[in-house]
Design a protein around this ligand. Structure first.
Ligand code: ADP
Length: 619
C-alpha cells in the first residue's frame, strides 16, 4: 500500500486515459520525451538567464535504453529535475485549474473521452497505459540530493531518498505484459522518428548489438549508442543559416518525393502569436490531388513536438498540394482534433499562412516565368477551386488563375485581358462548355472575332462550375458568350425595322419547334452561321446540365435552349418563301440540331435529325 494517495482527480484521469487512449498508447513515449525536452528547455533558459546556473556545464541530451528480459524502458534527461516537493506536486496532483469541471464533462464513452482528454493533455500519466510500475529518479539542478518516486498507478505513490550523479530525471517504466513490445530497438526508433524527430535536443538510444555463431547462439555482445532523431527543427533555424540543399533534403523526407520542390516559403512570426512555418510547393501535383481522400500535406507541431499530419483543417482544401510544417509556441500540447478545428490561435496561423502563400504565388507569377509556368500547369485547377470555396480570398485568386484566349497563345490572366480591352468595352467575355477545339469553332464567337473582342476559352471542366460564381473582376462584368444577355455590347445594334419584319418568321419557327426551345430570337452575334443556341440568363447551360447528370445528380431539370437566328443568312431568307409547314419544321429542326452539334452537345434524337436532313437533301 502506497504511503501517499493520489489526488482524486489523478485517479479519475488515470482510469480515463487507460480506457480512452489505449488504442493509441504508443504516444506515451512522445509524452515522456516531451517532458524531458521541456525540462531541458527550462534548464537551458536558466543557464542563460540566471547567474547562479551560469557555471553549470550543460550538454543537453535525452537518453533512451531498454532491457528486454527485465521488461524495462528508461527515459533519462539532464534537464531541470525535480526535488521532493516538485515530485509530490507534479506527479501526485493535477495543478491545472478547472480539472474538476473537466472531469465532470467526461462520460463513459471512450471515443468521446479520447477527444476531450486530448484537449486536457495526458502527459506523464499516459505511461501507465504500458507500465505496471514506474520509478522516477530525479535531482533538481543546483541541489545536492536526489529523490525516487514510485507508483503502480493505482491508488498512490511513495517517495524515497535516492542517488543520481547529475541533475535531471530518469523515468524507468516496468512494462506490463502488453507494454513489453516497447522494450525493443525498432519500435522505439520508429516512434521517436514519427513523433519526436524534430525535438531540438539529441535523443540517444542505447542497445546491445549481438554477434551470433553458426548455431545461432550469441557469440559476443557490444553496447552501442545511436542518435535517433534529427535533433534540429529546420523550420526553427534562421533562414540565413540554411542553404537550398538543407531545404531540399528536408522536403524530400517530409513529402516522400525524390524530386526537389518547386519553391519554398519559410517564415517566423513573433508578436501576439509566435510560430514558424515552412511550406513547400511540389514540382508535380500529388497523385491523389483529386481523390476525395487526398492526404493533407501539413504537419502540425507544438513547440517542436509533432501533433498531427492528418488534419484537413490546417490548410484550406484548395491548398492541399502544399507540403510543410506549422510549429506553434502558443498551442497546448496534445490539443485534440476537435479542438483544433475551433482553435482561434490555429485559425490565425492558418489565415496568415494562406495570405503569405498567396503573396508568394503572386511574386512567382511576376518574377519567375519558368517557375510560374510549371506552377500554373500543375495547380491552376486547385486555384480555381479556391475561387469557388474560399470567398475571402477571391480577389488575390482572381489575379492568379489563368485561361486560354481567343486572341493570345498560352495562358492569360484577367489583368492581361483587361489591359487589352477596347476602350468602350464593359465586360469580360468567356466561352465554356466543351473542349478547346469545339469552343474555338463555336458560331457564338463570330461577332466577337469580327470586332476583335477577346474571349477567354474556358475548356477546363471546373470552369463551368466556378465561372458562374464570378460575376465581376474588379469593375468589369464577367459574361459567358452563350448567355442570352451577353450580346448587348456587340456592334450590331438592334434594328427595329428588321426585327419587325422578321417577327412572323420567328413566330413560325417557334411554333414548329414547340417545346424543344425556350424561345427563338433574332441574333446579333452571328455572321457566317445561320443559327446558334444560348442559355437564358439564369439557366445552367446545356453542357453544364449534362455534366451534372454525368456526375450522378439525377435531379437536373430539363434545360431548354434559346435558339438565335441569323436574319442575314441565305437559309433563313429562304424559309420566308416556303409555304409547306412540314418543310419549315424540317429546316427549323436542322437549324436547332446543328447549333447543338457545333457546341459539342449530344442530340437527344439523332435519327430524327438524320431523317430531316435527308428529306431536305432529296429535294
Ligand atoms: P505536463 O507536462 O502537461 O505539465 P505531465 O503530467 O506530463 O504534464 O507532467 C507534470 C509535471 O511534471 C510537468 O509539468 C513537470 O513540471 C514535471 N515533469 C514531468 N517530467 C519531468 C522531467 N523529465 N523533468 C522535470 N520535470 C518533469
Amino acid at each position: 500500500m502506497a504511503q501517499r494517495q493520489f489526488q482524486t482527480e489523478v485517479s479519475q484521469l488515470l482510469h480515463l486515459i487507460i480506457h480512452s487512449l489505449y488504442s493509441n498508447r504508443e504516444i506515451f513515449l512522445r509524452e515522456l520525451v516531451s517532458n524531458a525536452s521541456d525540462a531541458l528547455d527550462k534548464l537551458k533558459y536558466l543557464t542563460v538567464a540566471d547567474d547562479s546556473y551560469k557555471s553549470l556545464s550543460f550538454d543537453p541530451r535525452i537518453d533512451l535504453s531498454f532491457n528486454k528480459d527485465a521488461k524495462t524502458l528508461t527515459i533519462a534527461d539532464n534537464g531541470i529535475g525535480m526535488n521532493e516537493t516538485d515530485l509530490i506536486e507534479s506527479l501526485g496532483t493535477i495543478a491545472r485549474s478547472g480539472t474538476r469541471t473537466f472531469l465532470e464533462k467526461l462520460s463513459d464513452d471512450a471515443k468521446k473521452n479520447s477527444n476531450l482528454i486530448g484537449q486536457f493533455g495526458v502527459g506523464f500519466y499516459s505511461a501507465f497505459m504500458v507500465a505496471e510500475r514506474i520509478e522516477v529518479i530525479s535531482r533538481k539542478a543546483g541541489e545536492g540530493t536526489a529523490w525516487k518516486w514510485l507508483s503502480d498507478g493505482k491508488d498512490g505513490f511513495d517517495i524515497l531518498p535516492a542517488s543520481r550523479e547529475t541533475q535531471g530525471t530518469t523515468v524507468i517504466l516496468h512494462l506490463s505484459e502488453d507494454g513489453a513490445e516497447y522494450a525493443n530497438r525498432w519500435s522505439i526508433e520508429d516512434i521517436v522518428r514519427r513523433y519526436s524527430n524534430h525535438v531540438a535536443f539529441p535523443i540517444y538510444l542505447t542497445y546491445d548489438e549481438n554477434e551470433y555463431d553458426d548455431k545461432g547462439k550469441v557469440k559476443s555482445s557490444k553496447t552501442k549508442t545511436d542518435k535517433i532523431n534529427s535533433g534540429s527543427a529546420i523550420w526553427q533555424r534562421p533562414k540565413s543559416e540554411l542553404k537550398k540543399e538543407d531545404y531540399d533534403e528536408f522536403y524530400k523526407q517530409l513529402a516522400h518525393d525524390n524530386d526537389e520542390p518547386l519553391f519554398y516559403l519559410h517564415t517566423h512570426a513573433e508578436g501576439t502569436l509566435e510560430y514558424s512555418t515552412l511550406f513547400y510547393v511540389p514540382k508535380k501535383a500529388p497523385f491523389d490531388l483529386y481523390n476525395v481522400d487526398c492526404k493533407p500535406g501539413i504537419k502540425l507541431y507544438v513547440k517542436r513536438v509533432f501533433i498531427t499530419d492528418d488534419d484537413k483543417e490546417l490548410m484550406p482544401s484548395w491548398l492541399r498540394f502544399v507540403r510543410g510544417v506549422i510549429d506553434s509556441e502558443d498551442l497546448p500540447l496534445n490539443v485534440s482534433r476537435e479542438i483544433l478545428q475551433q482553435n482561434k490561435i490555429l485559425l490565425n496561423i492558418k489565415n496568415a499562412s494562406v495570405n503569405k502563400l498567396l503573396a508568394e504565388f503572386k511574386n512567382v507569377a511576376e518574377n519567375n516565368k519558368e517557375m510560374w509556368d510549371t506552377f500554373i500547369s500543375e495547380f491552376n485547377r486547385p486555384l480555381k477551386e479556391g475561387l469557388y470555396h474560399d470567398w475571402g480570398n477571391r480577389d488575390p485568386l482572381l489575379e492568379l488563375v489563368r485561361f486560354k484566349s481567343s486572341t493570345k497563345e498560352g495562358r492569360v490572366s484577367f489583368a492581361d485581358y483587361v489591359s487589352r480591352m477596347k476602350s468602350d468595352q464593359k465586360s469580360i467575355y468567356y466561352i465554356s462548355g466543351g473542349d478547346e477545339k469545339t469552343l474555338r469553332a463555336s458560331p457564338l464567337l463570330e461577332a466577337y472575332t469580327a470586332q476583335e473582342i477577346e474571349v477567354l476559352i474556358m475548356d477546363d471542366e471546373i470552369d463551368d462550375i466556378v465561372l458562374p460564381h464570378i460575376d465581376k473582376y474588379k469593375k468589369w462584368d464577367v459574361k459567358a458568350v452563350n448567355r442570352a444577355g451577353a450580346d448587348e455590347e456587340l456592334g450590331k445594334k438592334k434594328d427595329k425595322k428588321a426585327e419587325k419584319e422578321i417577327q412572323p418568321l420567328i413566330d413560325r419557327i417557334k411554333k414548329v419547334l414547340g417545346d424543344r426551345v425556350k424561345d427563338v430570337k433574332l441574333s446579333r452575334r452571328l455572321l457566317d452561321s445561320p443559327s446558334c443556341i444560348v442559355a437564358d440568363e439564369n439557366d445552367p447551360t446545356i453542357q453544364m446540365a449534362q455534366m451534372l447528370k454525368a456526375m450522378g445528380q439525377i435531379e437536373v431539370p430539363d434545360i431548354k435552349p434559346i435558339l438565335e437566328i441569323n436574319g442575314d443568312h441565305p437559309i433563313v431568307a429562304r424559309i420566308r418563301d416556303i409555304e409547306d409547314e412540314a418543310r419549315v419544321a424540317d429546316i427549323a429542326g436542322v437549324l436547332l440540331d446543328q447549333a447543338l452539334l457545333v457546341e459539342g452537345i449530344k442530340l437527344k434524337d439523332p435519327a430524327d435529325f438524320v431523317k430531316r436532313l435527308n428529306r431536305l437533301l432529296t429535294l
